[in-house]
Design a protein around this ligand. Structure first.
Ligand code: PLP
Length: 359
């Protein structure tokens, strides 16, 4: 048997007619930039998450940039985040000239360890960016409480957790600002790059909308230095179709995750929250060899992520060294993501589990 890690093609074929018609409609109207679908998608995302404002944009990375620009993150400011994430989380902080300050993660959830945040706060700290990794929200209540005490903003990097719940509220709606990504392999993916910013703060929403289009307040009048960070109308048209069926996708992901969890005796979900299972990851010894053997059996796996951010070459100038964040470093050396997608059938899951047990 040959397994597909994300199986984007099967997902497309399920909704092919509707998606094709939706794309064609944008082309027929030549509504490529800021067509009606953008506003409609934003309204639907707002209803889905319960967030007052949604600003669709060009990627998850740009969502993070727009958010930090909106709260005036400036060169020399410090922003606290996790060393165990995709590079974009910390890269965008550094891109604005601010300083990523890392705090180690928890062993069970792989999310930022809130008990270690306070000692990282200085008088230069402006914001905290927790990541809801693999689809499971971080400890947002504790993080928001600490931020309030120190006058900091909180931006949830919800690139992997769109649709997850935390104490009955949706991810992206758990702090001052939420950012998500619609990169094709994320739980809700479009057919290229896409992202969105979520906030219930009117002033921040206005500013982010302006920053998205070169800081303009009306055409050719520019109040801020902004970006060209719009979402393509075609992507919005695709996402509107996929969003309609998203809760069914999440049920299918949950079904796969339950079978994995049961069979591998692995349950890393914390109380009061759900996961959208962007990844189902396990910890193993001899990871590289295991990966190779599984590949031979037709079971693709992936490593999210092999090198923690504080040890990346691009961040050498920050002066971190090996041993600074032992939990993130240990997990990075042992983590392995199994195939996960809503279109995997029971036979495929059984096959994966069989091969895993064998090797
Ligand atoms: C994917 C991802 C991003 C970046 O999103 P893009 O749409 O690829 O720019 C940021 N943070 C995390 C945690 C991600 O997984």
């Amino acid at each position: 048997m040959k397994i597909d890690f994300a199986n984007l093609n099967r997902q497309y074929l399920r909704y092919k007619d509707e998606i094709d018609a939706s794309i064609q409609s944008v082309i027929d109207r030549s509504a490529y930039i800021m067509g009606d679908e953008i506003k409609l998608l934003e309204e639907e995302l707002s209803i889905y998450t319960g967030t007052k404002h949604v600003i669709a944009c060009s990627s998850g990375t740009d969502a993070l940039l727009l958010s930090m620009m909106a709260i005036d993150i400036k060169p020399g400011d410090e922003v606290i985040t996790t060393p165990f994430s995709f590079i974009a989380t910390a890269e965008t902080i550094a891109f604005l000239g601010a300083i990523p300050v890392f705090v180690d993660i928890e062993e069970d959830s792989y999310n930022i360890d809130t008990s270690k945040i306070e000692q990282a706060i200085t008088n230069k700290t402006k914001a905290i960016i927790p990541v809801s990794l693999y689809g499971q929200p971080a400890d947002m209540d504790e993080i928001n409480a600490m931020a309030k005490q120190y006058g900091l903003k909180v931006i949830e990097d919800a690139a992997q957790s769109f649709g997850a719940e935390y104490r009955g509220k949706k991810s992206c709606n758990l702090s001052d600002i939420g950012c998500t990504s619609f990169f094709p392999a994320k739980p809700l993916g479009c057919f290229g790059d896409g992202g969105a910013v979520f906030t219930s703060d009117d002033a921040l929403a206005d500013k982010i909308r302006s920053l998205r289009v070169h800081g303009q307040t009306r055409r050719y009048y520019h109040k801020f230095i902004g970006m060209g960070a719009r979402m393509d109308t075609i992507q919005a048209a695709i996402l509107r179709v996929k969003l309609k069926y998203y809760d069914e996708d999440l049920k299918q992901r949950q079904r796969v995750a339950e079978r994995y969890a049961q069979s591998l005796n692995n349950n890393s979900l914390k109380a009061n929250r759900t996961s959208v299972w962007a990844q189902f990851s396990i910890e193993v010894d001899h990871r590289d060899e295991l990966q190779r053997l599984l590949k031979e059996k037709g079971v693709p796996t992936a490593v999210h992520y092999p090198k923690p951010l504080h040890l990346q070459e691009c961040f050498q100038y920050l002066g971190y060294k090996k041993g600074d964040f032992p939990i993130a470093e240990n997990i990075a050396s042992r983590i392995l993501s199994l195939p996960m997608n809503p279109d995997m059938n029971d036979d495929e899951v059984s096959y994966i589990l069989e091969q895993l047990r064998e090797v």
